[in-house]
Design a protein around this ligand. Structure first.
Ligand code: ATP
Ligand code: MG
Length: 258
């Protein structure tokens, strides 16, 4: 549905997302634009912490739509996804019925007042008449069916290019000097290149940037790295590998001679 908030071009979509604090690359901007113009859902896949959920949040901010979230898990049923009846309230109404006959009570207890709306119903029954933007996110641990994929616009989000990651990090940690941000992102990329159980994502880069600021570090020497690497590396075996491969490449801190 094209309304005042619907962007007219990919460039406009990118700007609107940036104004909502999301730095989208070309493919993310394109898919976001098409989703709004074609009215199709977006399926976003990619490793943990690369901005899948944040894209949905930014789209809601940029388009002035309410964000309604449904967390999917094994055993999710329609009572949790759509709606369920508020049994306790229905029971109370029946007990407090007094003189009213069954017909009246029956009509009453199956009205909206006795309904507990869950996310899908909330979205469909929203008083806002605008078409929802639907974003499905999955960190590719789940095999999704062809039938689902066919109905969606597909977006693969990966770790960003160096410059974009720097921009994202500085957006979230604006006090971080540019040179330190660059150095930090370079080190993160070195760590990502190793064969780790859990490579650091953008989320870890942002946390590390904030940590470096709190530590008052102005460079990433070996000592700083060893002290703070648990922010970006979170598996025992990964820690050993990273210390051995990356830690040793960093210069020792230069200390004045005692
Ligand atoms: N392009 C971007 N612009 C601004 N911030 C970003 C961008 N990409 C990621 N981030 C930030 O990175 C962090 C992690 O993003 P998010 O929670 O969306 O990851 P995710 O892909 O949904 O991860 P998971 O698979 O674990 O759910 C958030 O703080 C988010 O704001
Ligand atoms: Mg997520």
């Amino acid at each position: 549905m094209v309304d005042a908030q619907t962007p007219a071009s990919v460039a406009e979509t990118k700007e609107a997302l940036a104004a909502a604090s999301y730095l989208a690359d070309e493919s993310a901007a394109l898919v976001s634009f098409l989703a709004q113009r074609l009215g199709k859902p977006i399926l976003v896949e990619g490793p943990a912490g690369v901005g899948k959920t944040e894209l949905a949040k930014a789209l809601s901010r940029a388009s002035g739509r309410e964000l309604i979230r449904l967390q999917c898990y094994e055993g999710l049923d329609e009572a949790k996804a759509l709606y369920e009846w508020n049994y306790r309230k229905q029971l109370l109404r029946i007990q407090a019925g007094g003189e009213s006959g069954w017909e009246e009570v029956h009509g009453d207890i199956f009205s909206a007042e006795f309904l507990l709306e869950r996310p899908l119903m909330q979205a469909i029954a929203s008083p806002e008449p605008t078409m929802p933007i639907v974003v499905l996110t999955s960190n590719n641990s789940r095999e999704l069916t062809e039938a689902l994929k066919r109905r969606c616009l597909y977006l693969w989000l990966d770790y960003p290019e160096l410059d974009r990651e720097m921009e994202i990090v500085r957006l979230h940690a604006p006090e971080l000097p540019e040179a330190l941000a660059r150095r930090m992102v370079e080190v993160v990329r070195m760590v990502r290149d190793l064969d780790l159980k859990k490579p650091p994502s953008i989320a870890e880069s942002i946390d590390w940037a904030r940590t470096l600021l709190l530590m008052g570090s102005d460079d990433i020497d070996r000592e700083t790295f060893e002290q703070s690497m648990s922010i970006i590396v979170k598996h025992r075996t990964d820690i050993d590998l990273v210390a051995e491969r990356v830690g040793v490449k960093l210069a020792d801190s230069v200390r004045p001679q005692a």
